[in-house]
Design a protein around this ligand. Sequence first.
Ligand code: FES
Length: 113
Amino acid sequence: MHDVVWKKIGPLSNIPVRGARRLCFGLGGKPIAVFRTGEDKFFALVDECPHKKGPLSEGIVSGNTITCPLHNWVIGLDTGIAAEPDEGKTQTVPVKLENGELYIGLELERAPA
Ligand code: FES
């Protein structure tokens, strides 16, 4: 069983439009990045490109995609999937907005009853 714990990470306005922020905590030892598009949509992904773990938070947001800064793979922010002809997937992370504040959903393994 998994429980989701929502962790507040601050206001959406802290993330630059068409930009990203890497969080100071990770998911299972992997860094998390939160992205904001030009249309004020927001997404969270593990901050590792499916190619060679490039830091997606340092890439370029365009529409609902992020272009990796290392070798220009294009990753869907909503799916984490690399655009063809490249193949691979970055783990997505649940994120929600409440009263202007963003929350990241962290899955916790619940101890068996
Ligand atoms: S590490 Fe991202 S394109 Fe190579």
